[in-house]
Design a protein around this ligand. Structure first.
Ligand code: SAM
Length: 293
């Protein structure tokens, strides 16, 4: 049972809600245009690597309804959650550096924010092996976006500041211990690496997703989802403290921290509902790297 990522790095809620917004059907056309996999036929065999809790896998199954899709990740908790959320899809635990599939099995391999955690020759090499000749490898990579937090959320009281001062140093150590982001590549290094490891006709696209609750074109429900996705990320960061820094905070302090988070986000929702705009925003820029075997 491997739950390193879901316990220490990013919890289920953080990934699931943020990716559900990023890969919502509103952005379907932009992503599908960047993927360009339609020419491979209807019954595509798609493998997602490092699928986490499976939000992108679910979007792919709506966008390519005839495809045969398998989501894989090495984290047991993510795979269990993904299978529960979408029982009609296939999910399995698998290490991206030793995929349990025969050579030339898939038409498409795809991953989102996974490449930077895996040694490139193994990351690209395994996908090259399991892709059919002419198959397409899609690597989605989150680039620097824009994140503006509403004042009512950004402000920390002295209690919160004190708690975070106890946690931050060892949180950094965890990132090093688990090689998080150790193989990150720039916008020019990524396509070069894909070519170096054997892919042809390598190309890049960028998809911008604008998550600004106060934009009038968003429904109230969608605006609330955007705000609550950040609420979940903040709550998950607190839930992770006993894993990342054992003994740093008491159970009471954790509950108090969570109450502070709810208070701030409840206020943000209240401001939204009463039409007092904050213009907080989250712009995610996804690089879509595409190469052919
Ligand atoms: C930043 S998360 C992204 C998860 C998912 N793609 C998403 O966008 O929600 C990185 C994921 O890569 C997975 N991962 C890291 N190294 C892996 C490996 N060697 N094999 C399989 N999965 C791996 C982690 O378990 C985690 O789910």
């Amino acid at each position: 049972m491997n739950t390193i990522w879901s316990d220490y790095v990013q919890n289920i809620g953080t990934l699931y809600l943020s990716r559900t917004l990023r890969f919502s059907d509103e952005h379907k056309e932009n992503f599908m245009r960047a993927f360009r996999v339609d020419n491979l036929g209807q019954k595509l065999k798609i493998l997602e690597i490092g699928c986490g809790p499976g939000a992108l896998t679910q979007s792919l199954s709506r966008w390519y309804p005839d495809a045969d899709i398998t989501g894989t990740d090495r984290d047991t908790a993510f795979i269990e959650f993904a299978a529960q959320q979408a029982p009609h899809l296939k999910f399995m635990e698998a290490d991206a550096t030793a995929l349990p599939f025969a050579d030339s099995t898939f038409d498409v391999t795809i991953s989102n924010t996974v490449q930077e955690h895996i040694e490139p020759s193994r990351f690209f090499g395994e996908q090259l092996r399991v892709l059919k000749p002419g198959g397409i490898c899609l690597v989605l990579s989150a680039r620097r976006g824009i994140n503006i937090t509403a004042d009512c959320i950004a402000e920390e009281n002295s209690f919160e500041q004190e708690i975070w001062s106890r946690v931050e140093p060892s949180d950094h150590k965890m990132q090093q211990k688990y090689a998080i982001g150790q193989f990150a590549l720039s916008e020019s290094e990524l396509p070069a690496a894909m070519e170096q490891y054997g892919f042809h006709q390598v190309s890049t696209e960028y998809v911008l997703v604008n998550l600004t609750p106060d934009n009038p074109q968003n429904s109230r429900e969608l605006a609330h989802s955007m705000i609550n996705s950040h609420r979940q990320t903040s709550l998950d960061a607190i839930t992770a403290i006993p894993h990342t820094t054992p003994g740093a905070v008491t159970a009471d302090e954790l509950e108090q921290m969570k109450a502070c988070i709810h208070e701030k986000y409840d206020r943000r929702i209240m401001l939204y509902d009463s039409g007092v705009r904050q213009w907080d925003t989250s712009m995610s820029l996804t690089m879509v790297l595409r190469g052919i075997k």
